[in-house]
Design a protein around this ligand. Structure first.
Ligand code: SAH
Length: 349
């Protein structure tokens, strides 16, 4: 490790921020030793704030029907080979009930941008989950909606919203999305969510096509400024039925490095070790935790639809029952000295 990298790590630890150029230099100049030092510092910060707790969130993939055509995503509308499904409100409530009985006190509803789920329908779902399980936090990840829609969902009781910014560079955004989608609208959504009082999650894919270190530096500057309560990062993984089928996947190494950097930028942020990370390496999620992540999101979707919510090739855990997923994940966390915590796990301020 060079003296320069050592100094940058020290500065990041002390000040929780670097200039864009410094982030870029840190990424470009990293080596195994730098990664180890950063991971040690990041997991120590996480332990100081959250102890050895890993927050478990129950994820329900409510629909793979999507009106968007993001170039990287396996459920883009242009993928005519994708077998589509949507869960009925009754099915979603059953998944939530099962999650509750497995102990989860955060239920996440994620899906493609499926117009079937009107505000009215999502609001009544949120209200019903909250009526049955008042001690649960409800997290939504349903893409871009109007401010009025976000306001209605919040009013109905939604606590948190996950909407990755995908990239903080406008030109890069335009290379990952069709012309009909806009960077400005994505950012508008994040601002609206914040103003409406949600706990907000942003994030990006590591190694997305055309991504440069300078782009990642911009993502880190954005995270520094936005101070998200949650931050989802995972490796890009190509899907064979998308225009990016021939692009290489992001790496475990860079993803873990960036998890550590983000932990140091936002010490209290809730940082998942994602399914994508577990897909590119059999111990990816464990390695993510050891690099500073503190959240995992086991799947609660009915096994009948698991395989169909395929954002990228080779997605893991598509055959397991929810209870199996939870047990497997709890054992994985214990194997590295952490423990499953199922309570709401709000961000510590
Ligand atoms: N429609 C919702 C949920 C999207 S799926 C929304 O727009 O927020 C959740 C995340 O999966 C996306 O934000 C994206 O960053 C990630 N994702 C999509 N395709 C991927 C791929 N090929 N590899 C890795 N991650 C992917």
């Amino acid at each position: 490790m060079t003296e320069q990298i050592n100094a940058l790590i020290g500065k990041l630890l002390d000040e929780h921020r670097l200039s864009a150029k410094e982030y870029e230099a840190l990424i470009a100049g990293r080596d195994a030793e730098a990664a180890e030092i950063l991971a040690g510092a990041a997991s120590e910060v996480s332990r100081r704030i959250y102890g050895n707790a890993i927050y478990f969130r129950g994820l329900i993939e409510i629909s793979n029907i999507c009106k968007n055509n993001c170039l990287y995503c396996g459920i883009r509308r242009g993928n005519t080979d994708c077998v589509r499904y949507r869960l009925t409100p009754e099915e979603i409530l059953e998944c939530a009930d099962e999650g509750y009985s497995l102990g989860f006190r955060t239920i996440v509803m994620q899906g493609g941008e499926d117009p079937y789920y009107t505000d009215e329908m999502v609001c009544s779902l949120i209200r019903e989950i909250k009526r049955r399980h008042p001690d649960c936090a409800v997290t939504l990840s349903l893409g871009e909606r109007s401010r009025e829609s976000y306001a209605a969902l919040r009013e109905a009781g939604a606590d948190r919203y996950l909407l990755r910014h995908e990239t903080a560079n406008k030109a890069h955004y335009a290379r990952l999305h069709p012309a009909e989608m806009s960077f400005d609208n994505r950012m508008r959504c994040l601002r609206d969510l914040r103003e409406l009082g949600y706990q907000v999650g942003c994030g990006f894919m590591v190694g997305s096509p055309f991504q440069t270190n300078a782009h990642i530096a911009e993502d880190l500057k954005f995270i520094e400024e936005f101070q998200p309560e949650m931050c989802g990062i995972g490796p890009f993984i190509p899907h064979e039925k998308t225009p990016f089928r021939d692009h290489p996947a992001g790496t475990l190494e860079l993803t873990c490095f960036l998890l550590s950097v983000i932990r140091l930028i936002c010490p209290t942020t809730l940082l998942p070790a994602t399914t994508a990370l577990g897909t590119i390496d059999p111990l990816g999620r464990e390695k993510g935790i050891l690099a500073g992540a503190n959240v995992v999101m086991p799947n609660l979707s009915p096994t009948s639809v698991r395989k169909k919510y395929e954002l990228y090739d080779g997605k893991i855990c598509t055959g397991d029952e929810s209870a199996q997923c939870v047990r497997c994940m709890a054992a994985r966390m214990e194997s590295i000295g952490y423990r499953m915590v199922v309570d709401r796990g709000d961000v510590k301020k």
